[in-house]
Design a protein around this ligand. Sequence first.
Ligand code: FES
Length: 617
Amino acid sequence: MTGIHFLPFEKTVKPDGVKNILQLAQEAGLPLQSTCGGKKICGKCKVIVEKSDGPPPQPSDREREVLGGLLDEGYRLACDTILSHGAVIRVPEESRLKRQVILTSDTEHPYPVRLRPNVGHYYLEVPPPVLDSVIADRERLLLALKSTYGIHRPGLDPFVLQKLPDTLRSGRKGITATIWDKREIIDLNAGRQDGLFGMAFDIGTTTVVGYLMDLLTGNKVSVKSTMNPQIAMGDDVITRISFCQEDPDGLEKLRASIVECVNTLIAEASAEAEIDPSHIMEATVVGNTAMHHLFVGLDPQYLSMAPYSPVLQEGQNYKARDLGIKIGASAYIHLLPLKAGFVGSDTIACILATGLHKSKIPTLLIDLGTNGEIVLGNRNRMLCCSTAAGPAFEGGHIRWGMRASAGAIERLKIDPITLDVKWETIYNERPLGLCGSGIISAIAEMIRTGIILEKGNFSEEIQSPRLREGEDGREFVLVWASETATKHDLVITQKDVAELQMAKSAVYAGATLLMEQFGGGQIQRILLAGACGSYIDPLDACTIDLLPACETDEVTGVGNAAGHGSCLALLDKNKRNEAERIAGKTQYQELAAASRFQELFVSSMLFTSALDYQDDF
Ligand code: FES
């Protein structure tokens, strides 16, 4: 063998004795999971060394700890193994990145959307130049604009200035000026121009969604989505910030990858709608604060250090070309305002989309993810915080946890008598693991059937072959090896339960702290946003005590509210001021500084509803 050959991709790369297997796979563009960004924490980058020209290096202590008996079957951690000779490496099914389920749907906005885009077409007739009175092209254009529309001396983008003379002399009767915010002419075309488009983006840590909108009708023309390619350089915000600190070119690498991703979505959406991308004359962008900084090339390192201060907070306008975004040559991109280091414009957009800031009743909004952003309030007052829930809601740190992609169990039922399990997987593929909603569903069902008790420990009384001792202590078999895609039993371990307890306690404690500060009694409405939140069964959420003061009929999934908020800001420029007011009015609570949060966190670890179900068994 002359190189490292990856199966089943049939791709060969050169070993160099310096780069680990994960780095080689990523450089070759292979879909290998790396939830912790190669920090030897997550254990998701398992590969199998099937053949080797020489003896592979001795496994590290970390590999022994994570892989246990799998080492004997040739398994290694790709991020902890460096080869200096040829080998055949298999990337097993469970370590491959899969097609992610990306939430592109949204809820109806509770208030009518007014179509008031920030760019518009203005048709006008500009008198030709005459010999006896020399008035420059620009002046004649500005005079015509003033007399026809009352628009006073807007600026002209340099590109527009270049095409001005030819456009005015094209022989057509009139011209169409495309004007941004009544302040700047960003395009000029001979004759009447129809077709005016904008694109709204929601840049998430995991997924990116782009909505192509017709700015003349307000219709959604195309929706495209994809995984955020920055995942190759770290699965979560903190690992990407570390990547910027460790690699001198890290920030530019991350920026270049998200720019390419956004440009791909623009090209795909334009192709589907059969329009020219140069007719997209404005875009809006929302995202968490780190994604915002990485998109525009701002140093994100201080976001991960107390007091977690962002570089800026107000909404910003950038020329698309300055960011490398391929839409109209002179078009602008508007980024909605940020609130704090861990409360970004995606949260502001969620508030905008759900109308929480206009609500008469106290409403709790939770966007579940590695950081659970929580907002509580009504039209008078809003509080927000961000809880470091950890990666459990996205499948991280869970033995068989995975992202919401093909083969992930998304919900299940356990027979209370036989303990047999019925499951549903994404795209109906053979079970490969559990995504966030599947983990919550599994643990909720285990509580309802008496398998998991109040403290999170497994019942000692239930006798079943499914409940057994495993490598990490007690475990419950959800799917037998014969039925899984991995050929291993798919289990929930005692350690997995502890991970979920930490995650749900963080959310519960954060929400409870906001409730205490808000005062004024009972929450009357709970909105769950984002991919994980939107797929969780409200009964499961209440069973695991994820939400304080919970009644299932008060809990509603609100889809990709952040994406919807981005669309609103694109269609109605007044929503941008509304977003600024929301950001200014919402009080941010830093949980790291709140000793009460620690008390609540510890006391929220129990599954109190287990007591109700235990009586049944
Ligand atoms: S353990 Fe290797 S990427 Fe996380």
